[in-house]
Structure formats: structure tokens, C-alpha cells
Ligand binder design. Structure first.
Ligand SMILES: Cc1ncc(COP(=O)(O)O)c(C=O)c1O
Length: 469
């Protein structure tokens, strides 16, 4: 063994102790770490012939690289839909690295970490009050979950014509209907060879809604003259957290032949609260569902799961099986995650979620969800009180979509947001909604409080003064 590696091996405990302390310092100081910065490096560092060892590498990381990083898990990072990380989720995440399993099968790979994944999916089904007619697994994010589920939908579509698209390629035009798909579903259509432009846009309900207009949906279905199709529906659109009417879609399932997918990346967690679960009523009838854990479940990044009805397991295996690996045996008898998802090698991604669910239970997550929604309303009310802002949509759940009031101020929206984000006190995302430039603030972080909102409102007022509207 090389001397540096040997030294690190002898020094393991001290190294991990230093990393732990570094983590504690970061997390303790989260509120004071800026949500944005303009620090930079020349990323062309030359590789050492002789390594520095972990302790020196950590020192260099602190000096050169850590200044590039922002308070993304902090309470005022409201951009995208970004959760933080709870203590339990960090324990799970760290231990997933330490144990470094390749989570594939239940019996044949030397260990049984897949059982931890099964148990975690089962806990999630209980949290979301979904039946165990779904099988699920972990992937990196909702984009990958949409890709996985729509990949199986593509195989289902082929089978309606007696064709095996996974084996022979796509040889039929695939009909996809959707109203307000997240860009990641469109990206998935592109990656799946369906084509990012090859979907039919269903109208949304009139009156500032992003949900499917059911009359138009049925009209478009009839236009297909009995041909099968894939429906991509939404449990929480990213701009305004709007939900399609799942009970109505469930009824359509009795009349028409389609694969029903729900993207509930963050909105699926509405199911956890008595107040909001009506939004997802009927969703158990879907063929597949996408949900992100690195959003409202507040686990570190690269954590999402797919749910696909058990009855579709053969289609899923046809889509993803490693047919050139005979040592796997019969993929149905010897269940192996690498035959049902895009990745072969997989870390024990379920562990942070397992720790979170066991540590905080249903009540803990109900608390996070309901607190986030009441903070979104509180922020919305503060905006309305100020004559320079207007909401672009009602606040249904946790996302606040707003802009500067008045068409004459439209060209100042981006300047306003840039100045606001540059304060480092808060981070929000630009958007475009109802033909207007807007700003989106998403409340998902378990640490956010009303004090954070007061801090942000003060910053916003200062920038308004500077802009001289
Ligand atoms: C509704 C919806 N679907 C999919 C995604 C993509 O998620 P990810 O970035 O985890 O791939 C997002 C992200 O915001 C989302 O809000």
C-alpha cells in the first residue's frame, strides 16, 4: 500500500472526526452562510504526483473550494424546490457512504441491502396512504423517476400493438397527452426517443389554473379514435402547485385504454396532511407515480423514488433487464433492482429516507408540510400588503409565484431578483407565468420560520427603494 494511503488508514478515526466537526460547523452556522456568492476558482488544478492525504485535502477544500458553496440546505434557500437535510437524513446519508453497498438483489449479490429499500418503500407507501399494489425503488431525482416510469409506459404502449419496443425499437407513433408537464417529463420523452415535441397539449382549466381541463382531455382522447395513449398528469405543478383531478381521471380509466402517470415530485406529500390530502384523492389508480425525497422529505440531494403498479413488473423488466447477463437467472424469480431501473450499480439510496421516516414518523412530516404551507401563505400576505407586488396565482400549497405589480415594471423583474439573490440572504428562482416574468419562492425547508420571512421582506423593501419604482 502506498505510504499516504497507509497513513490515512492508520488515521481513519481522526480523519472522520475532522469531517464530522466540519459538518457540525457548517450546519450550526447555516443561517449565516450566504445563499449565493460570486466566489470563483481556476478549476485547472494540477494533479499531485504524491497525494496530500485526507487531512491536507480537507484543508485545501476549506481554503479553495468551500467558499464556492452556498447555504442550500438553509432556511432561506427558496429557489427551485429544495429541501434541507434533517439530522436523521444526514445520519442515513453518511452511513450509506460508509457501508457502501451495491443495492441490487435480495439474495444473489452477497448481501440483503435491497430489503432495506423494500422496507423504506413500504414505509413511504404508508406515509402517503398508498396501497401495496405498487412496487417502488430509488433513483437520483424526479427526472430519473419520470424517465423510468415513462420508459415502462413506452413498453406498455408497444404491447398494445403486440410490439416489443425495448427489443426492436419504436415502430408506432406514441400518443402522449398532458397539460402542464414539468420540463423533466419533456426531457424524458426526448431521452426515450418519443420526442420532446411529440405530445398533445391538453387545455388547462380556465381561471388561472394549470390543471387538465377534463372536457378538452376527453375531446382529445376521442380524437385518437380508440388508440391507446400515455397521460402525464400533475400532483403539484412547479409554478403554482396545481393538481389534476385524479378522481375524474380514475373514471376515464374505466372508459379508455391509457397509461396514467402522475408527477408528484413535491405535491405528492399533500397526502400526508388531513388538510391537503383531498388534492390527491384517487391517485392510487395511477399506473406510475414520481416522488422526490430531496424536496419535501428534507433528505440530502439525489433521492427520489418511482412507484409502478405490480401488475406491470414484466413490462418494467422488459424495459430495463440486463439480458446479456445470464448469471442473473430468471429476473422475475430473482428480483434484482438492476433489472427494473436504468442504473446497474446503485448506492443504498434508501437509507437517508429510512432514517428520516423512522426518526420523525408521520406526525413529523405532517408538521413540516403544514408549516411550509402556512409560511407560504404568510409570505404571500406580506407581498400583498406591499403595493409593489402582486401574486401571479393563488397559493394552493407551498409555492408562491409573484411579480412586480404593473406591466411597466416587467423589465425590472429580473434586475430586482438578481439584486435580491445577490444579498445572499435569500435565493429565489425566476419564472414565466401567465405571460409575465415572475419569481417563485418555494417553502419546503424544515428550518424556515416567520423570522426568515421578516428578514427577506426587509431585504425586498430595500431593493425596491434602490430600484426607485
Ligand atoms: C413537478 C416536478 N417534477 C420533476 C422535477 C425534477 O426533479 P429533479 O430535479 O429531482 O430531477 C421537479 C423539480 O422541481 C418538479 O417540481
Amino acid at each position: 500500500m502506498n505510504s499516504i494511503l497507509q497513513h490515512d488508514l492508520n488515521n481513519f478515526e481522526n480523519i472522520l472526526e475532522k469531517a464530522k466537526q466540519q459538518g457540525i460547523d457548517f450546519l450550526k452556522n447555516l443561517e449565516n452562510i450566504p445563499t449565493s456568492n460570486k466566489n470563483t476558482i481556476d478549476p485547472k488544478r494540477s494533479l499531485n504526483e504524491l497525494g496530500l492525504g485526507s487531512v491536507q485535502a480537507l484543508k485545501e477544500f476549506n481554503e479553495r473550494l468551500s467558499p464556492l458553496l452556498v447555504s442550500s440546505p438553509g432556511p432561506r434557500y427558496w429557489g427551485f424546490v429544495t429541501g434541507g437535510s434533517t439530522p436523521a437524513s444526514i445520519v442515513g446519508d453518511w452511513l450509506a457512504s460508509v457501508y457502501d453497498q451495491n443495492t441490487q438483489s435480495v439474495t444473489s449479490q452477497g448481501g440483503n441491502s435491497a430489503l432495506i429499500e423494500f422496507e423504506t418503500i413500504n414505509l413511504l407507501l404508508q406515509l402517503l396512504e398508498l396501497p401495496d399494489s405498487f412496487l417502488g425503488g430509488f433513483v437520483t431525482g424526479a427526472t430519473m423517476s419520470n424517465f423510468t416510469t415513462l420508459g415502462v409506459a413506452r413498453q406498455w404502449f408497444g404491447k398494445q400493438f403486440g410490439k416489443d419496443f425495448a427489443k426492436n425499437g419504436i415502430s408506432e407513433t406514441i400518443n402522449v397527452l398532458t397539460a402542464t408537464p414539468h420540463s423533466s417529463s419533456v426531457k424524458s420523452l426526448s431521452m426515450l426517443g418519443i420526442g420532446s415535441q411529440n405530445y398533445t397539449v391538453v387545455k388547462t382549466i380556465e381561471g388561472n389554473r394549470e390543471a387538465l381541463d377534463l372536457a378538452d382531455l376527453e375531446e382529445k382522447i376521442k380524437g385518437l379514435n380508440g388508440k391507446p395513449f400515455i397521460l402525464i398528469s400533475s400532483a403539484g405543478t412547479v409554478n403554482t402547485a396545481d393538481f389534476d383531478d385524479f378522481e375524474a381521471i380514475l373514471k376515464l380509466k374505466e372508459k379508455y385504454n391509457f397509461w396514467w402517470h402522475i408527477d408528484g415530485a413535491f405535491g405528492g406529500f399533500a397526502a400526508v396532511s388531513e388538510k391537503y390530502k383531498h388534492f390527491v384523492k384517487g391517485w392510487e389508480g395511477a399506473d406510475s407515480i414520481t416522488i422526490d425525497c430531496h424536496k419535501w422529505l428534507n433528505v440530502p440531494y439525489e433521492s427520489a423514488f418511482y412507484l409502478i403498479k405490480k401488475e406491470h413488473i414484466n413490462l418494467q423488466i422488459e424495459t430495463f433487464q440486463n439480458s446479456n447477463a445470464p448469471y442473473l437467472g430468471n429476473p422475475l424469480e430473482n428480483f434484482n433492482y438492476l433489472n427494473v431501473v436504468p442504473e446497474n450499480s446503485r448506492r443504498l439510496r434508501a437509507l437517508p429516507v429510512w432514517f428520516s421516516l423512522v426518526a420523525y414518523g408521520k406526525e413529523g412530516f405532517c408538521d413540516i408540510i403544514e408549516k411550509s404551507t402556512s409560511l407560504a401563505l404568510h409570505f404571500g400576505n406580506k407581498l400583498i400588503e406591499n403595493r409593489y407586488f402582486e401574486l401571479l396565482a393563488p397559493i394552493r400549497l407551498n409555492n408562491v409565484c409573484f411579480t412586480l405589480k404593473g406591466n411597466e415594471n416587467q423589465d425590472k423583474v429580473n434586475v430586482f431578483l438578481t439584486k435580491l439573490n445577490d444579498t445572499g440572504k435569500v435565493f429565489m428562482t425566476p419564472t414565466f407565468y401567465e405571460n409575465k416574468k415572475g419569481i417563485r419562492a418555494s417553502f419546503v425547508n424544515w428550518r424556515t420560520t416567520e423570522d426568515d420571512i421578516s428578514i427577506v421582506i426587509e431585504e425586498m423593501k430595500t431593493i425596491l427603494d434602490d430600484l426607485d419604482l
